[in-house]
Design a protein around this ligand. Structure first.
Ligand code: SAJ
Length: 430
């Protein structure tokens, strides 16, 4: 029986490499469809948690993991040798940037090296990690065909961008349309058949390169539009126009407009990074992706702009940053999440500290953090903490923040998210 038929009859075993916010939900969806899934991760604590029927991902209930593990439909291991006994393999590993702002696909390569060791006829490999166009066919394909196997004939190889949005209760793995492109039509068909077991809508495209580029367009679209409104905010400040009022009015247009909002910078592990994968590859072809680079520059300049706004606001109170105590509200990279990767809050804090300020923070989602330059604990957001600060800076507008308490007790508020709706002389907007 061919692989496509085996998939249709669910007579397959599947592996998911990388059990993070993408891999674990995907493994659970495949297992819920009735397929036996083995998760592979280098992190033994993740592997142990799953085998002990516990989830560590906000969007995956432990009850689901427990039920699937009890039924023998889900297990986890650190041993790549598990790849010998599976029919399909999904790669869901991180793709960060190097310090040089160049793509770091080392996690993909390490996974592919392990897959190549065990690759055999009839297997399907799908890369999901966000990466530059060409990765699947220029990096993975040669590694797999080096064994003498031929893609599309002996094994199948495809790319399918992950679209997981952590914390999004409306859109989860099952109901987010899945784009998929194979090295050959037979590869696309095999990958499409697999996803149709677990995902409501599958959208096949003609190649892996198209599928790789789809994801980068989606996130570059956000980065460039955020850069546009950040530049608009800088312009409106110069012209003494309320940019927030402008955007709120513009979004009354029922078609042809999508609101984005200025902010203290671009955080997270997608939007600041994905567009640079695209511009890096374009440069290899001698093409300068100017929109992407300009957006990255503007978005990257926002933390420093916030520091200037704080200095100007303190100045109106006859104070300098030097010697002032500044309370930062919110260090997560966006509202209502605990993830603080690439958060602009840290650049703002470091900018203030360099100018001689004393800095503390309060974030109900981040009890403490440590990164290369800073190690701090969150303060409880109480009147005393607000009163003792010379300035309070809202960096992340968590819904949990009590705006009345803040405005009542703070001496000065720099609001970079337009979180405070009530008009107040002590609130300065971005
Ligand atoms: N941001 C702004 N202004 C905006 C929107 C976002 O300054 O108008 C900032 C956020 O504060 C954050 C950064 O940009 O620091 C990224 O925010 P985001 O809303 O794009 O959220 P992410 O990074 O979680 O993006 C993810 C992406 N999902 C995937 O890559 C699968 C993105 O494609 C989603 O559209 C986005 O979630 C979403 O809509 O929540």
């Amino acid at each position: 029986m061919g692989l496509v038929q085996k998939i249709k009859e669910k007579k397959i075993r599947s592996a998911v490499i990388g059990l993070g916010y993408v891999g674990l939900p995907l493994a659970v969806e495949f297992a819920k469809s009735g397929v036996e899934v083995v998760g592979i991760d280098l992190d033994k604590s993740k592997v142990d948690a799953i085998n002990r029927k516990r989830s560590y991902i906000q969007d995956v209930p432990s009850s689901e993991v427990a039920e699937l593990v009890s039924k023998g439909l889900l297990s986890a291991t650190t041993a790549y040798s598990a790849l010998m006994n599976v029919d399909t393999i999904n790669i869901c590993v991180p793709t960060p940037l190097r310090k040089t702002k160049e793509p770091d696909i080392s996690f993909i390569v390490k996974s592919a090296e392990q897959i190549a060791r065990y690759l055999k006829k009839g297997q399907l490999v799908i890369l999901e990690s966000t990466t530059y166009p060409g990765t699947t066919e220029e990096v993975l394909l040669p590694m797999f065909e080096a064994k003498g196997l031929k893609a599309g004939r002996d094994f199948y190889l495809a790319f399918s961008p992950e679209r997981v949005d952590p914390g999004n209760s409306r859109y989860q793995t099952k109901n987010i349309p899945k784009v998929v492109g194979g090295v050959t039509p037979a590869c696309t068909e095999a990958a499409r058949t697999l996803y149709e077991l677990a995902v409501e809508t599958v959208h096949p495209v003609s190649s892996t390169r198209v599928a790789e580029t789809v994801k980068l367009l989606e996130n570059t679209f956000r980065s460039v539009n955020i850069g546009l409104v950040n530049e608009l905010a800088l312009m409106c400040h110069k012209m003494d126009i309320n940019v927030w009022e402008v955007i709120d009015a513009a979004k009354t247009k029922p078609f042809g407009f999508m609101p984005f909002y200025p902010g203290p910078g671009l955080g997270g592990h997608c939007i600041p990074i994905d567009p640079l994968y695209l511009s890096w590859k374009a440069r290899v072809y001698g093409f300068e992706a100017r929109f992407i680079e300009l957006a990255a520059q503007i978005n990257g300049s926002m933390p420093e702009y916030v520091v200037i706004k704080v200095a100007d606001a303190l100045n109106t109170h006859g104070k300098s940053i030097k010697g002032s105590h500044i309370l930062i509200l919110g260090v997560a990279y966006k509202k209502n999440v605990s993830d603080y990767r690439e958060s602009p809050a840290f650049e703002v804090m470091e900018g203030l500290l360099r100018k001689g300020a004393r800095v503390s923070y309060s974030d109900p989602y981040v009890p403490s953090f440590q990164n290369t330059h800073l190690k701090m604990k969150s303060e409880k957001l109480a009147p005393a903490a607000l009163k003792k600060a010379d300035a309070v800076v809202i960096i992340t507008d968590h819904d949990d923040f009590d705006h009345e308490l803040i405005v009542k007790n703070a001496r000065l508020v720099v609001d970079t998210r337009n979180a405070i709706k009530a008009r107040s002389a002590k609130v300065v907007k971005l």
